[in-house]
Every structure is written in structure tokens, then in C-alpha cells.
Design a protein around this ligand. Structure first.
Ligand code: ZN
Length: 662
């Protein structure tokens, strides 16, 4: 492991806190040291308060911040003397400890200090760095872990036996530090947990971390327990994998009574692990560090049938529900410690989360857990914390406290939507409205710009010609492997060909218009049907129709016919799919000018042909109002929400009121 310290960059840091931010980010940039919000760092600084009195403060990582991207605002300052005094108490409950941390900060609006703040306070060094480094926990999670750590570090680290994170751990660390420290002391190893480094300057503290972790890596290399023999897997995903994935998601969501994202990872590293004969033993041992339990919640579920997972998941859920007498205001789904990882013989690894971000965090943590277990077993055998200790972390007061304050979820949280024609106009506006409501969105468009339209894990843009069945199938595969299913379908893509009278209509224009505006939607509906049927909160489809359905215009036969036929398709689908609780409705927008089709020149020309100004032309409706893509998108999103839960086969105009339609 290499030090990333760069003197030039460090010179730009204007004070001690800025250096703390800098070296914290260096730690955070290495996933073998710190993963997704794991690890924490601190710096002790003397400052004058508002009365001009000098006070010692501990700036320590605040909750909700990630070391990789932390800023000065991510370090709340806490009264150092008070923290040291707290460490002298015989006991302090977790809620009491959080209260003391929160009431001794210098800023009321700063984030809650890390639960390991007292531990940072008692270490008598300016800078303290703490990680759950893979190499160190790999060594500590073996039967002779303690002896091995002693062999690696001799007297250069203080060794602390496993204690659950919180006040007791801080006390034990304080005691062990006093007892074991000597002139060579450079760090502290917490068994089955992680490692601390410290120094009076930022660089030494950071580079000590790198050196200590490198020593553990070197040890593993010498013991031939470093390079993992990842076999090229011969496994092929089953043909019905997507249906299996979405059925699995539906059944787990049904137990939880809340939609979730389920992401599937099937790489060689995952398969090499799953194919091990001893999988049932090594995967059920326990987590590599308590930090992982907080996010992965439970040991992975193993098996190869959906029924096995469903029974297992239900057992966890029922056990939990019977234990927690939650007040009415506390949503059980925010607290449940049900499993988040599934290791399936066919599918590989599936990870669950309220959002794709959560599911990806669990995925990343478990991929590191796989490496740790693989290496521990090469060294000797993987021996994690006993089950009882895991349980303590799950019901950890602090964690529950954090979850309780998480607040309410957005309306479509855990749901997956697919939007066609998503790169511009009404389609893009629909993506915005759905993302704003918490959905994960698969956006299809023939324009390849769709791929980079949003820099968000919640969006998966796929270039796709929707008249091509194979391209639709490939897009659905990509989306469902990533998000686990399909709940909402917005059929928006369409073309508006140049004006042609029936007399002048050519076959090519006619066919192409019907292909894109009508037949492509049939193909997509056919392929999406079985997934919509498995939507935890029932499938919803919105078609973007047109005013032309009820008020056609001359010269637009192909367009009007295609939209009218699409409308009829919606009506038939509502009849056929109603018994599956799939709702399907149409919006009829008119005169939406903020789309790709309308340029300023075209608008001016059209307005002039009616003898109107552009503004008059845009608002020529009963309400004299302009209809924007965003207005249509918001109504489309609402059609998928609870407000319209009892509406199907409806046609709703969004046109400011059109005399011809009325
Ligand atoms: Zn820790």
C-alpha cells in the first residue's frame, strides 16, 4: 500500500483542520482502508471561544460524512476536556453518550460526532486516524489472530480485545493504552474491528497508517495468503434469470411491505466464493468488523430457490417485529435488521437496499468481505465475532437512533421506472419528476447522449431503438440486473413527421410513424408485462398521447392515427391487465413547446401563420396558460402515485383547455 501524500497539495492547507481534511480524504480514497462512510479521523486544536477564553477542542468526523469527500464542515468540534472526563466514568449508555457529545459541541448546527469520539479524545496525539483496513481484519479474524498481530507488530501497537463500539470500547482502549504504551508505540489494533494510527502531525499519522497496514499485507504475502486464486467461472446465468430476480424482489418486498432495489452482481470473484464447498460455514461465521454489520445487517442468505430466501427472510422479519415495540410514528422498515445479501448458486450475489446507493454499499462491503474471508482461509481459517456479539451491534441503541432520525422516504423510494424517449422534452422531464420522487430510472433513447445524461446511480441510460425487440430485451436486462425489477413504465417516445395530406402520404412515412408511435410500444409492453406483474406495489403504465386523438388536424394523418391507435391499445391493456392490478392511463398534452421539435424559428413561423405573437401562440387555450414538459411529467408521475391508485383507463388532457376537445 502506497502513501498518497503530496507535499504540494498539503502546502495549500492553511491550517491544522485543513490538513485533517486532506489526509482524511487520502484514507477515504483507498477502499482497502475505508469503505463508504467507514473509518474516522480527528484533530485536537486549541481555540479561543466567544469570550476570548482558550479551549481545547476535538474535531472529529461527524456522522453522515464519508472520509473520501469530507470537508471541514464534516468535523464537529467537541470540548476535549469534557470527553476525557467522560472516559473516567464507570458507565455511560449509548443515548447518554450521544447526548454528551451533542451538548458539548461548539456549533449547534454541526453533525453528530462519531460514536468513537471519546476513543479519539483519550489518545494523547494531535492527529488520530482510524480505519477498518482489510489486511488487518483479515489477520485478526483467524483463530490465532492475536498471536499473529503480535508477531507482525511486536511492541509497536497496543492491542485491544474485541469490545462493541461505544463507550465501553473507549474505556477499554484507554486502559489498554495506559498499560501497553511504550516508546515504540505507533498505533493500536482493535481485534475483529480495525486499527488506529496517531502522531502530532497529519503526515506522520497518515503514513503510519499506511505503513502499519502494509506490514499486515506483507505478512499475508509471506504466508501465501494474499493473491486470491479467482477461477474463471463457467457459470452461465439461467435463461429466466430476470424473472427469477424480479420474483425474488417482489416476495421480499411483500414481506417487508415496502419496495426495495435489488442489484445482482455476478463476477468471477463472487462465483469463486459461492462455488466453495465450505460456503455454508465460512459465509455464516460473522462479519469482518462491526462496522460492516451496520450496513449489511445480517449474514448473507444462501440457497438456490426463492422459497428458501422467502422463508429465511420472513423468519428474520418476524423475529425482529416481535422484539421491537415501536411507537406508531416509527416505521419498522427503517429499523429492520433483516439480511441485505443473498448468495445464490445461479444468480451470484444479490444485494438489497432502499435505494441503489444503499444496495451498492452493501455490495461493495460484501465484496471486500469475500476478499477478507478468502485470505483468512488461506492463512488459516476465518473466525469472526460470535453470533451473540453481532446481535449486540444490530440492536445497538446508537444505530437505531440514527435510523429513527432518517426521516420519511420519498414517494417512489425503492421503485424502478422505465421511460422511453428520455433524452429530451417530456421524456427527460418525466425522468426528473421520477428521480425527484426517489425512483430509480431506466431511460431509453435512440440518442446516445442518454448514456451520460445524469451522473447518478439512480439513473441507467441506455441507447435503444425501441422498434427493435432485441434492443428492448437488452435494455430490460441491463435495468433489471441493476435494479431488480420494473414498477413504472412511461411510454413517451414518439415522432411527429412533416405535414403531409393523405393524398401525398408516402408509405415510408406512414410505416415509420406507426412503427415508432404504436408498434414499438406494443413490443415494450409485451416484454415488460411479466415484470410489471411482479411490481411490489403493482405495475403502473402511463402513455403520452396527444390532443390529436380527440381533435386531429389536417396533414397529420400518420401521427393522429398512431396516437389514436395507441390510445386504444391502452384501453385494451387496462382490460387485460386489470386482474394483475396493473393500472394504465393516458395523458393528452397539447402545445408543449419546450421540446426538441420546436426551435425558435419554427415557433415564430407557426405563430405568424396564425397572425399571432409567439406568446399568444403558446397560450392559445381556454386558460391562456403555457403547458411545459415539466407540467406533463409531474402529472405522469402523480398518475403512478397513490392519488390515482383507483384509476385505470383514464384519458386526462393537459392542454390548458382546448375548445375542440371540449
Ligand atoms: Zn471503528
Amino acid at each position: 500500500m502506497k502513501s498518497l501524500w503530496n507535499d504540494k497539495e498539503a502546502q495549500h492547507c492553511k491550517d491544522e483542520l485543513a490538513l485533517r481534511v486532506y489526509s482524511s480524504r487520502l484514507l477515504g480514497s483507498n477502499p482497502e482502508l475505508v469503505l463508504h462512510g467507514g473509518g474516522n479521523t480527528s484533530v485536537k486544536i486549541s481555540e479561543k471561544n466567544i469570550l476570548g477564553e482558550e479551549q481545547e477542542l476535538l474535531y472529529v468526523k461527524g456522522s453522515g460524512w464519508d472520509l473520501a469527500t469530507i470537508e471541514a464542515a464534516g468535523f464537529p468540534a467537541v470540548n476535549l476536556q469534557h470527553l476525557i472526563a467522560l472516559a473516567g466514568l464507570k458507565s455511560l449508555s449509548d443515548p447518554q453518550m450521544v447526548n454528551e457529545l451533542k451538548t458539548h459541541m461548539t456549533s449547534a448546527s454541526a453533525p453528530t460526532p462519531s460514536v468513537e469520539a471519546i476513543l479519539h479524545a483519550i489518545l494523547p496525539y494531535k492527529y488520530v486516524d482510524h480505519t477498518h483496513a482489510d489486511a488487518v481484519v483479515t489477520v485478526t479474524n483467524t483463530p490465532d489472530g492475536l498471536a499473529r498481530i503480535q508477531e507482525i507488530y511486536r511492541d509497536s501497537v497496543v492491542i485491544v480485545p474485541y469490545v462493541m463500539p461505544g463507550f465501553d470500547l473507549a474505556r477499554v482502549c484507554a486502559k489498554e493504552f495506559e498499560r501497553q504504551r511504550n516508546d515504540n508505540t505507533r498505533g493500536m489494533v482493535l481485534m475483529n474491528h480495525g486499527i488506529f494510527s496517531f502522531a502530532d502531525d497529519a503526515r506522520t499519522s497518515y503514513e503510519t497508517m499506511i505503513e502499519l497496514v502494509t506490514q499486515a499485507e506483507e505478512y499475508l504475502k509471506v504466508k501465501k495468503a494474499w493473491s486470491i486464486d479467482t477461477k474463471k467461472s463457467s457459470k452461465k446465468l439461467p435463461a429466466d434469470k430476470l424473472l427469477k430476480i424480479s420474483a425474488l424482489r417482489k416476495q421480499l418486498c411483500d414481506i417487508k411491505q415496502s419496495p426495495m432495489i435489488l442489484t445482482t452482481t455476478c463476477n468471477d470473484a463472487v462465483y469463486s466464493f459461492i462455488e466453495r464447498d465450505d460456503l455454508a460455514v465460512i459465509s455464516q461465521q460473522g462479519p469482518a468488523t462491526p462496522d460492516h454489520v451496520i450496513r449489511t445487517k445480517q449474514l448473507p442468505m444462501l440457497g438456490n430457490t426463492i422459497d428458501q430466501y422467502v422463508a429465511n427472510y420472513k423468519k428474520y422479519f418476524d423475529t425482529y417485529s416481535s422484539k421491537v415495540k415501536s411507537p406508531a410514528s416509527t416505521s419498522i422498515e427503517m429499523l429492520d435488521p433483516v439480511p441485505r445479501v443473498i448468495l445464490d448458486q445461479e444468480l451470484g450475489m444479490c444485494t438489497l437496499g432502499q435505494s441503489i446507493k444503499d444496495a451498492n454499499i452493501v455490495r461493495d462491503i460484501y465484496q471486500h468481505t469475500i476478499d477478507i474471508i478468502q485470505r483468512s482461509t488461506m492463512l488459516d481459517e476465518f473466525q469472526a465475532l460470535p453470533a451473540k456479539r453481532i446481535f449486540e451491534v444490530e440492536y445497538w441503541d446508537l444505530e437505531q437512533d440514527k435510523l429513527r432520525s432518517a426521516g420519511s422516504k420519498p414517494e417512489f423510494s425503492g421503485e424502478v421506472a422505465l421511460v422511453t424517449g428520455a433524452a429530451s422534452g417530456i421524456g427527460k422531464a418525466c425522468v426528473d419528476s421520477l428521480l425527484a420522487r426517489g425512483a430509480a430510472v431506466i431511460g431509453l433513447d435512440i440518442n446516445k447522449a442518454i448514456g451520460s445524461l445524469y451522473d447518478s446511480a439512480n439513473f441507467c441510460g441506455v441507447q435503444c431503438d425501441i422498434t427493435d425487440s432485441d434492443a428492448i430485451a437488452a435494455a430490460l436486462e441491463q435495468g433489471i440486473m441493476l435494479y431488480g425489477g420494473l414498477d413504472i413504465l412511461i411510454l413517451n417516445a414518439g415522432i411527429f413527421p412533416a405535414s403531409l395530406t393523405i393524398e401525398k402520404m408516402d408509405q415510408q412515412t406512414w410505416n415509420k410513424t406507426l412503427d415508432v408511435n404504436l408498434s414499438a410500444n406494443l413490443k415494450l409492453m409485451q416484454q415488460a408485462y411479466l415484470f410489471l406483474k411482479q411490481a411490489p406495489r403493482y405495475g403502473r403504465v402511463v402513455m403520452i398521447g396527444s390532443k390529436n386523438v380527440h381533435a386531429p388536424g389536417p396533414g397529420a394523418s400518420a401521427y393522429s392515427v398512431s396516437k389514436a391507435a395507441l390510445n386504444q391499445l391502452m384501453r385494451v391493456a387496462s382490460l387485460e391487465w386489470g386482474s394483475d392490478n396493473i393500472r394504465i392511463n393516458t395523458l393528452h398534452p397539447n402545445a408543449v413547446f419546450d421540446t426538441g421539435i420546436w426551435t425558435d424559428e419554427i415557433l415564430k413561423a407557426r405563430a405568424a401563420s396564425y397572425g399571432m405573437s409567439v406568446d399568444e401562440y403558446k397560450t392559445r387555450n381556454i386558460l391562456k396558460t403555457e403547458v411545459a414538459s415539466h407540467d406533463v411529467a409531474e402529472l405522469a408521475a402523480e398518475l403512478c402515485g397513490p392519488l390515482f391508485a383507483k384509476t385505470t383507463a383514464a384519458q386526462i388532457p393537459i392542454d390548458g383547455g382546448d375548445q375542440r376537445v371540449i
